[in-house]
Design a protein around this ligand. Structure first.
Ligand code: FAE
Length: 527
């Protein structure tokens, strides 16, 4: 990816947009005094630049609509600040924290900065999310997994599954640049010893493995390995951003949307709350910050059409907080059917300690999975995850994805101004049983112990990378994501999926957003 070209294109697109909207130009002048609240009028506004926001932006811009996107995180491409890696965490490592916030080994101190990774802490669960232009695509492992059709049908009985598997999933694969590792490279590359060992052990224990596609460019990775290009996946870059190789949204959907000249992205703009006006337009209270998190301006945005794509937790917070602030109407289904997508982390120690373990050098990009979904007693899918610690720790890490048989619920406490999550050990009991079954079976066949030094005795029930639900498609919204009780507000992100999808979720989030925005445009919602 040509970084300079992207920056140039973005700037060109943005300057073209300002030329058409001189009033908006003033809105991004830095260091505006807090006294003068800027008021900005815009027809279509999108909150959040993750998967749902990026898809909506591209399709609306292609349809000739001018779109403003507000993102609380930093535009890393534009800033020119490099991402840091796991072994040397720097500016990009955490959202305004004094210490790193990875799931484990948080030994590193930080100067608070608007970094890419944030963690939302609840009593029984910690939820990691991405911040910055590109949302979760900046920090995630790039695993691009299409759900099993039978489970998709079960989760979304009212959707036309045939159309999803013939049209939307293939479209999303193309747009997100999904590709698969070359088997010979996987076999030869020392950085994939953890995957080879993981698969071999799984087979020995009687499990079925699958190859997992990814948006990381594997041809680039092969060049990294040959030292022909700068290293990223082979240089412990992942959850704090990738400087190369990964096709995050800023290099796919958002790049294309900017190239239309119709999209303007305002980064470091955090929406605090939304008001529904009598004429059915929306007014947003927005705070612009600098990279230390300090406020540099308070702004008011007025819009006719509003797309909420702030990610499951961001969207729920905006809706419920706005309700508390200004009686913003929220449907009774808001907050219901929330789930962690069955996320359950676990690990094993003493994995092949006498024959090189899981490898001192590890690629950060997972390519292997264990598929036990069809086992009626213990249905789960698990990623064979990397643990790139710069030395061989003979430890295997797994992120299980289970069914979510008991859903949680999200509400809001106006006193503390925080979301409240009804979610505890009872919601993850079945997931824990699956993890226990899996680890015991692997250990019986291969040796090793449950990894007591990772998480809580090796059972990470509180680790969640995939928050889903709370604004379920067809329940809190109409069949295309329009929020019930509103004429011009649309939800297009992970909150539409009812708490579970059985695999890593961004391919599904993107496909659902494609389906919704296509139909919303067809129905002249943005005319
Ligand atoms: P998301 O991508 O979260 O974007 C929402 C955006 O809205 C963010 O940029 C926020 O900063 C912004 N925002 C929130 N509130 C506000 C506000 N008030 N004002 C302005 N902006 C706001 O939403 N999924 C996979 O499928 N494969 C993987 O390999 C994978 N690995 C993951 C690894 C990690 C460490 C994490 C944290 C997640 C991973 N995920 C993975 C999950 C995936 O990234 C996530 O489901 C999607 O990013 C969610 O997409 P949304 O469009 O819902």
């Amino acid at each position: 990816m040509d970084r300079k070209k992207f920056i140039k294109t973005s700037l060109l697109a943005i300057s073209g947009f300002y030329f058409l909207h001189a009033d908006l130009f003033q809105a991004v002048q830095p260091k505006i005094s807090n006294q003068e609240k800027k008021v900005i009028d815009t027809p279509i506004l999108i909150i959040g630049s993750g998967y749902g926001g990026a898809v909506s932006a591209l399709r609306l811009c292609e349809a000739g609509k001018k779109v403003v996107m507000l993102e609380m995180g930093l535009n890393w491409e534009k800033s020119g600040i490099p991402f840091s890696n796991l072994l040397k965490p720097g500016k990009s490592a955490a959202w305004l924290k004094k210490k790193t916030i990875a799931p484990f080994m948080n030994l590193f101190s930080l100067t608070p900065f608007t970094g890419t990774l944030d963690r939302l802490d609840f009593e029984h669960i910690n939820i990691w999310v991405g911040r910055g232009v590109g949302g979760g695509s900046l920090v995630n492992g790039g695993m691009a997994v299409t759900p099993k059709e039978s489970y998709f049908r079960e989760v979304f009985p009212d959707l036309d599954a045939r159309k999803f598997y013939s049209t939307y999933f293939p479209l999303v694969h193309k747009e997100l640049k999904v590709n698969v590792i070359d088997e010979q490279f996987l076999k030869d590359c020392p950085y994939y010893q953890f995957t080879r060992v993981g698969e071999e052990e799984a087979h020995k224990a009687g499990f079925k493995t699958i190859r997992v596609p990814n948006v990381y460019d594997f041809q680039y990775m092969e060049k990294e390995y040959r030292n022909e290009v700068p290293r990223s996946a082979l240089n412990t870059e992942v959850i704090y951003g990738n400087n190369h190789g990964k096709n995050s949204l800023d290099k796919t959907y958002l790049k294309k949307a900017l190239e239309t000249g119709n999209l303007e992205i305002l980064d470091l703009h955090r929406v605090d709350h939304i008001k529904l006006n009598d004429d059915k337009t929306y007014t947003l209270n927005v705070q612009q910050t600098d990279t230390s998190g300090a406020a540099v301006a308070d702004k008011i945005f007025n819009c006719q059409k509003l797309i909420l794509a702030a990610g499951t937790m961001g969207t729920l917070k905006l809706l419920l907080h706005s309700h508390a602030m200004s009686q913003f109407p929220v449907h009774e289904e808001i907050g219901k059917s929330w789930g962690n997508n069955g996320n359950f982390m676990t690990g094993r120690n003493w994995v092949k300690p006498m024959s090189g373990g899981t490898g001192a050098k590890q690629s950060t990009i997972p390519v292997g999975g264990i598929d036990n979904w069809d086992d009626p007693e213990h249905p789960f899918f698990t990623e064979i995850a990397p643990l790139p610690m710069g030395m061989d720790v003979a430890t295997a890490l797994y992120l299980l994805i289970n069914r979510v048989d008991k859903k949680g619920e999200v509400s809001y406490d106006a006193g503390s101004r925080k979301l409240v999550l009804d979610w505890n050990e009872s919601h993850t009991a079945g997931m824990r049983k699956n993890a226990d079954y899996f680890i015991k079976k692997m250990n019986r066949a291969n040796g090793g112990t449950r990894s007591h030094f990772l998480f809580n005795n090796g059972f990470g029930a509180d680790v969640c990378y995939h928050p889903l639900g709370g604004c379920v498609l067809g329940k809190a919204t109409n069949e295309y994501g329009k929020l019930k009780g509103h004429d011009h507000l649309y939800i297009l992100d992970g909150s539409l999926i009812p708490g579970t999808i059985g695999v890593n979720p961004f391919v599904t989030i993107t496909a659902i957003a494609e389906y919704c925005i296509e139909n919303l445009i067809r129905e002249n919602e943005f005319a």
